[in-house]
Design a protein around this ligand. Structure first.
Ligand code: BGC
Length: 760
C-alpha cells in the first residue's frame, strides 16, 4: 500500500499519529490478551454451538444469533479498521492484513472471518507491492460508454474473481458520483452524468462482483463531485435536486444489486460531513431506501463518535480514531445505546452472510491472466466511442495503405491509466520511466505496456509504420506529411486528489494535432482521456476515436476498431462541451489559499484540504446535470450525451406507445448499412410542463445486434419511477398526471421517433 498523503495531511498528521499511537497501543494490548482465549474457545466449541452457521436461516437471523454472543470488545472490533500499511504507526494486528486498503479483524471464536478490503475500481489495486497480478479493465467511465448491462456484470465478476484469487473478500469499487463537474479528477472512476445509466451500470457491476461472494461497495456517498478541497468543501444543494440526480444514481445502483456497503464521502453536504449526515445516512439511505447493508467511512472521513454513530455511520476506516476506545467509552457511559452499536454490527454481519463471504471464503489462487486479457479487450472494444468519421475515413483498409505515421502519447509502447486509489499496477511495471518499477506510487502517471504502434504494425505488415513522439511538432508534422494516414494519440491524465484545471488537452497537444492535420488531410485522433476534452482542431481532422483509459489490452482494441474487425457501438455517457465556459461552473471553486496553514504546501495537499475550514460550493444548476444543463440553457455542445458513430447506419420507425402499470414502447430498428453492428437505442421522456423539469431525461435504452439489412422490433418498458419527480415537501416520489412525450433515437440530440401519452 502506498502511503497516501490525502489521509492525514499537513497539520493534522502529527495529531493523528499521536492519537493513532495511543489507540493502537491500547488495542494491541487488549487484542493480544484476547486472542489466545478466542483461539481456545474456537477449538472447543462444537458446531452445534454456532447455530448461525445454519444456511437455512436468513442473513438477518444469522446475524442476530451472532450479535447475541458477542462481547462489547468484539462488537467494537468489527466497527473499525486496523490502520493502513505505510501509515505509521499502526496496529500490529494489521500484520494479518492481506495488503489491501482495509483490514478488519475476524472473531475466530464465533467463526467470523476477517474482512480483507481492496480498492478495485477498474481492477484490483496494490498488486505490485503484494507481488500479485491484476487485470486492468477499461476505466469505469469507459465501461459506462458500452451501455451494456452484460458487459458491466462481466466487469464486476472479473474484479470479484481476481479479488478472491488474491485473498480479499471486499471490494472498494463501485464509484458512481455523477459527473456534475467533469473536471473532477475522478471522473474516469465514475459512470458519467446520467443517474439512470450510472445507477444501472454500477448495479450490474455490483451484481457480478457479489455473485463471486465478495462484499460490494458503492461510493462516495454523496456529492463528492470535485476533489479540490474535498475534506473541507460544503456542498449546498436542495433536496429535490439531490434526490433526482446524484442520490438517484446510488438509489438505482443499490436497488439493482443489494450492494453490501456504501462508503460515505469526505465532503460536507448542506452543512454536515457526509459521514455524520443524518439526512443522507439515516433518513434517505437506511429509511427511505431500506438499505440493509453497512456504511463505512472514506479513509479518514470520520469526525465524531456519538454524532456519526447516531447519524448512521456503521464502520470507520482505516483506523479507530473514533470507533475504538472512544466508542467503547461512549457506550459504557450510556451516551450511545447498545442497540445502536448492535445495529451497526448486525448490518456488517448480515451483509457477510448475505454475500456468502462466511459460507464460501476466498481461496488464494493464480489469477486467470488470459481470461482477464480476453475480457478487458472485449469490454474495451465495446467502450470506444467513434466521435467523427468524415468520408468514412475509418475503418482503415490495410490493403490500400503503404505508409502510416503514428504520433504522440508514448503510443510506441503504451497507453495511459487513471491514478489514485483506483490505480492498477501494470504487469512489468510502468511502461514509461521509471522502467521495471513493480508497483505504482501515488499519483504517478502510469502507462500500461500495450503498444498501439505494434498493434497497428501487425495489421499492415506490408506497410511502413513509423513513430514520432510528438514532442517536436514540426518533426511530427513532417512525418505525417509523408504518410498516407496520420494517427495522433492524445492524452489527458487524471487522478484522485486533483481536478483538471481545464478540459483542454494538456501540454502542446492541441497544437500538435492542428499541425499534423495541416500536413496530412487524413488525420485520425485517438484520445486517451478520463474526462471530456475540448477540440479546437476538430474541424481539421477526419476522424476522432475516444478510447478513454482502455486497460490492459487497450492497443489491441484500438487497432481492431481502426481496422474494422470491430464495428464501434459505444455512446458517450458524458457530454463533451465546446469549452469550459459552457459548464454550469466555468471556474472550479477551490479552497481559499488563505485558509491553508502552511502556504508552502504543495498542490495535492491543497486539493485534499484536510482540517481546513469549510468553503462553499453551491450546485444551483440543481437538476440540470450534464445534457440537462446544455438542453435547458440551449448551449451547443461538441458531442452530445448518448452520441457515438458506427461503421453502419440505423433506421428507426413505427413507434407504438401503450401504458398500463408502466409505459411500454415498441419500435422498429433496422441496420440500413453495409456491416453488422450493435445499436444503442435510447428513449428520453419530456415530462408535463407542471413538473418543472429540464427539457428531457433518459428513461431507458436497449442495445440491439443487427446484421446488414436486418430489422428488429425493440420493446422497452419504462418504470413509472423514472418518469416521476421528487416532491421535497411530501418527501416522496410523485408521478404527475399530464402529457408525457417519448423521444427515441441513437443520441440525445438525434431522436427521430416521437409519441405522446396522457397519464392520469
Ligand atoms: C479514497 C477511496 C478509497 C480509500 C482507500 C480514499 O482516499 O477516496 O475511494 O477507497 O481511500 O484507499
Amino acid at each position: 500500500m502506498n502511503w497516501k498523503p490525502c489521509l492525514c495531511c499537513a497539520g493534522a498528521l502529527a495529531r493523528s499519529i499521536a492519537i493513532f499511537s495511543f489507540i493502537f497501543v491500547t488495542v494491541t494490548v487488549v487484542a493480544v490478551l484476547q486472542l489466545p482465549v478466542a483461539a481456545q474457545s474456537a477449538s472447543a466449541s462444537p458446531a452445534a454451538a454456532k447455530p448461525w452457521m445454519n444456511r437455512q436461516l436468513s442473513p438477518d437471523q444469522r446475524a442476530d444469533l451472532v450479535v447475541k454472543e458477542m462481547t462489547l470488545d468484539e462488537k467494537i472490533s468489527l466497527l473499525h479498521g486496523t490502520g493502513m500499511l505505510g501509515l505509521s504507526p499502526m496496529s500490529p494486528l494489521a500484520a494479518q492484513s492481506n495488503g489491501g486498503a482495509g483490514y478488519v479483524v475476524g472473531i475466530p471464536r464465533l467463526a467470523i472471518p476477517a474482512i480483507q478490503m481492496s480498492d478495485a475500481a477498474y481492477g484490483v489495486r496494490s498488486s505490485g507491492e503484494n507481488g500479485r497480478y491484476s487485470t486492468a479493465l477499461p476505466s469505469d467511465l469507459a465501461g459506462a460508454a458500452s451501455w451494456d448491462l452484460d458487459a458491466a456484470y462481466e466487469y464486476g465478476a472479473l474484479i470479484g474473481r481476481e479479488l478472491r484469487d488474491q485473498g480479499y473478500n471486499m471490494s472498494l469499487g463501485g464509484g458512481v458520483n455523477l459527473a456534475r463537474e467533469p473536471r473532477n479528477g475522478r471522473t474516469f472512476e465514475y459512470m458519467g452524468e446520467d443517474p439512470l445509466l450510472a445507477g444501472k451500470m454500477v448495479g450490474q457491476v455490483m451484481k457480478g462482483l457479489q455473485a463471486q461472494h465478495v462484499l460490494g461497495d458503492i461510493k462516495h456517498y454523496a456529492l463528492n463531485d470535485q476533489e479540490s478541497g474535498r475534506n473541507a468543501v460544503n456542498v449546498n444543494i436542495d433536496k429535490r435536486s439531490m434526490r433526482e440526480t446524484d442520490l438517484l444514481a446510488f438509489e438505482i445502483g443499490l436497488r439493482e444489486s443489494n450492494a453490501a456497503a456504501v462508503m460515505c464521502s469526505y465532503n460536507r453536504v448542506n452543512g454536515a460531513y457526509a459521514c455524520e449526515n443524518k439526512y443522507l445516512l439515516t433518513d434517505v439511505l437506511k429509511k427511505a431506501w431500506n438499505f440493509k447493508g453497512f456504511v463505512l467511512s472514506d479513509w479518514g472521513g470520520v469526525h465524531s463518535v456519538t454524532m456519526a454513530s447516531a447519524a448512521g455511520l456503521d464502520h470507520e476506516e482505516p483506523g479507530e480514531l473514533f470507533y475504538g476506545e472512544d466508542l467503547k467509552k461512549a457506550v459504557e457511559s450510556g451516551q450511545i445505546p447498545m442497540a445502536e452499536v448492535d445495529d451497526h454490527v448486525h448490518r456488517i454481519l448480515r451483509s457477510m452472510f448475505a454475500t456468502g463471504v462466511i459460507d464460501d471464503p476466498p481461496q488464494k489462487s493464480v489469477v486467470d491472466v488470459e481470461r482477464g486479457f480476453e475480457i478487458a479487450q472485449k469490454i474495451a472494444e465495446q467502450s470506444m466511442v467513434l466521435l467523427k468519421n468524415d468520408g468514412n475515413q475509418l475503418p482503415l483498409d490495410a490493403s490500400q495503405l503503404r505508409t502510416i505515421a503514428v504520433i504522440g502519447a508514448h503510443s510506441d509502447v503504451a497507453m495511459l491509466s487513471g491514478g489514485g486509489s483506483a490505480q492498477v499496477d501494470p504487469a512489468g511495471g510502468n511502461a514509461i520511466m521509471p522502467p521495471g518499477e513493480g508497483r505504482t506510487t501515488w499519483q504517478a502517471h502510469i502507462w500500461f505496456p500495450t503498444s498501439p504502434l505494434k498493434a497497428i504494425r501487425s495489421r499492415v505488415p506490408a506497410a511502413k509504420v513509423q513513430y514520432d513522439p510528438g514532442t517536436d511538432v514540426s518533426s511530427a508534422a513532417a512525418l505525417a506529411k509523408a504518410a498516407d494516414v496520420a494517427i495522433v494519440f492524445a492524452h489527458q491524465w487524471e487522478s484522485e486528489g486533483m481536478d483538471l484545471e481545464t478540459l483542454s488537452l494538456p501540454e502542446h497537444q492541441d497544437d500538435l494535432i492542428a499541425q499534423v492535420a495541416a500536413a496530412n488531410p487524413h488525420t485520425i485522433v485517438v484520445l486517451e482521456t478520463g474526462s471530456p476534452v475540448t477540440m479546437p482542431w476538430v474541424g481539421q481532422v477526419t476522424a476522432v476515436l475516444e478510447a478513454w483509459y482502455p486497460g490492459t489490452r487497450g492497443a489491441e482494441a484500438v487497432a481492431r476498431v481502426l481496422f474494422g474487425d470491430v464495428n464501434p457501438s459505444a455512446k458517450l455517457p458524458i457530454t463533451f462541451p465546446k469549452s469550459d465556459a459552457d459548464l454550469p461552473h466555468p471556474t472550479l471553486v477551490k479552497p481559499p489559499r488563505k485558509s491553508i496553514s502552511d502556504p508552502s504546501d504543495p498542490e495535492p495537499w491543497i486539493a485534499i484540504a484536510k482540517g481546513l475550514p469549510a468553503f462553499q460550493v453551491t450546485y444551483d444548476e440543481g437538476l440540470k446535470v450534464g445534457y440537462k444543463w446544455y438542453d435547458a440553457e440551449r448551449k451547443e455542445v461538441l458531442f452530445p450525451f448518448g452520441y457515438g458513430l458506427s461503421y453502419t447506419s440505423y433506421g428507426y420507425s413505427d413507434l407504438k406507445l401503450t401504458s398500463g402499470k408502466s409505459v411500454r414502447l415498441g419500435f422498429r430498428l433496422t441496420n440500413t448499412g453495409p456491416r453488422a453492428g450493435a445499436e444503442i437505442a435510447e428513449v428520453y421522456a419530456v415530462l408535463p410542463a407542471s413538473a418543472g423539469e429540464p427539457p428531457k431525461r433518459l428513461v431507458g435504452w436497449s442495445k440491439v445486434n443487427l446484421d446488414p439489412g436486418e430489422s428488429k422490433e425493440v420493446a422497452i418498458e419504462v418504470d413509472p419511477w423514472y418518469l416521476s419527480i421528487f416532491d421535497a415537501d411530501e418527501d416522496a416520489w410523485k408521478l404527475l398526471s399530464g402529457e408525457y412525450t417519448f423521444l427515441v433515437g441513437g443520441s440525445s440530440s438525434v431522436l427521430p421517433l416521437k409519441a405522446s401519452i396522457v397519464l392520469k
